[in-house]
Design a protein around this ligand. Structure first.
Ligand code: ZN
Length: 357
């Protein structure tokens, strides 16, 4: 079996994926057409995908303007969520947590509840059709004057927790709005029992990860800049906090270097013993998909398919879902891995430690 086929067959878990950054260009073209604007597909793609000379995260975030313009109706939110889960299922993703910020979808009068319920409906329809599993993560946003919207988002996550929503997050311009300033939001999440991940250690350094850990984040979005601080690495390892790593997105936002020179820290972090999951961040904005990320890891790092399988097991172990679902998905991952010759299947015990690498 060639590498590409092997990657395709693997049962995959995706934990870090933004809905608004992963719209099908064809769908956006259709929505533009409905608005009376006939635009060439290549031009639509250029509007949605980051340019090769992207300077930083702030420039990367500009690519969300057009998607957000259209994600202001229940119909569009439902369709986008359905299509994303459909695309994931077709890449043998068996479990995925998809995230978005409800506060960015209020522009045309939708209520918070309408927004979340539309996304749940889209996800549920895809789950029904493809047998894929997952949940929605509601993002709080970095920015000025967002306090109330962020507290509302945590309340909303609490309202739908276990009913389609699985956690909360903090997204947005990390270099401009430090993680440490969002303590109140995550104190509220803790008080209400809403689990959360936080984007940290992407555009900002290890201090940002420290704050997220202090707040009680169970996972870290990106976190690659932990590599700059041994103590933070040790804390992540000791607490078994999974890093949701997204290589292509990191090269585009210039969070780190190492696309081709072997310096990207994923192998170092994994071999240090910190749990790692592999993700795309945004399929469309980053012009990638999960299979391309796997292929990049295999061709540009010393990591193997067995390591990728371990990452999927670590991901499901750190997923915001029930122990029963974790075990069921872990069993699927292991069962598929066992079918492959010359591939040592890792322990199927989802509670095992990382010491055995
Ligand atoms: Zn992200």
């Amino acid at each position: 079996m060639d590498t590409q086929a092997r990657i395709h067959e693997m049962k995959k878990v995706v934990l870090h994926l933004h809905l608004d950054g992963s719209l099908r260009p064809e769908t956006v073209q259709e929505w533009l057409h409905e608005d009376g604007k006939d635009i060439d597909l290549d031009l639509v793609k250029a509007k949605l995908m980051v340019a090769k000379d992207c300077k930083d995260l702030n420039q990367y975030l500009e690519k969300f303007d057009l998607p957000l313009l259209f994600l202001q109706s229940e119909e569009h939110i439902k369709r986008a969520t359905y299509e994303l889960y459909e695309d994931l299922a077709k890449q043998n993703v068996v479990y995925s947590e998809v995230r978005f910020a409800p506060s960015l979808h209020l522009q045309k009068g939708l209520s918070y509840e309408q927004i979340v319920e539309a996304a749940i409906a889209g996800m549920d329809e895809a789950k029904e059709k493809y047998g894929i599993d997952g949940g929605l993560i509601l993002c709080c946003m970095r920015g000025d004057n967002n306090e109330q919207a962020n507290l509302d988002t945590i309340e909303l996550a609490k309202k739908y927790l276990g009913k389609g929503v699985c956690a909360a997050d903090l997204a947005g311009a990390e270099a401009l709005f430090a993680t440490k300033n969002f303590e109140e939001v995550f104190a509220k999440a803790k008080e209400l029992g809403v689990p959360f991940t936080i984007h940290a250690g992407e555009a900002d350094g290890p201090e940002s990860i420290k704050s997220a850990l202090q707040f009680g984040a169970q996972r870290i979005g990106h976190g690659v800049r932990c590599i700059e601080d041994k103590e933070v690495m040790q804390e992540l390892k000791d607490k078994k906090v999974l890093l949701e790593i997204c290589p292509t997105s990191n090269f585009q936002t210039q969070a780190v270097t190492g696309k081709t020179d072997g310096s990207y820290p994923i192998e170092k972090i994994f071999k240090f013993g910190i749990p790692v999951g592999l993700n795309t961040d945004n399929d469309t904005v980053s012009n990638t998909d999960i299979e391309q990320e796997y292929a990049w890891v295999l061709s540009e790092t010393g990591l193997t398919t067995s390591n990728l399988i371990q990452m999927n097991l670590d991901s499901i172990k750190s997923a915001f879902t029930t122990p029963e679902k974790k075990l069921a998905i872990a069993n699927q991952i292991v069962a598929e891995a066992k079918n492959i010759p010359n591939n040592t299947a890792p322990s199927k015990d989802v509670n095992s430690t990382h010491e055995d690498r």
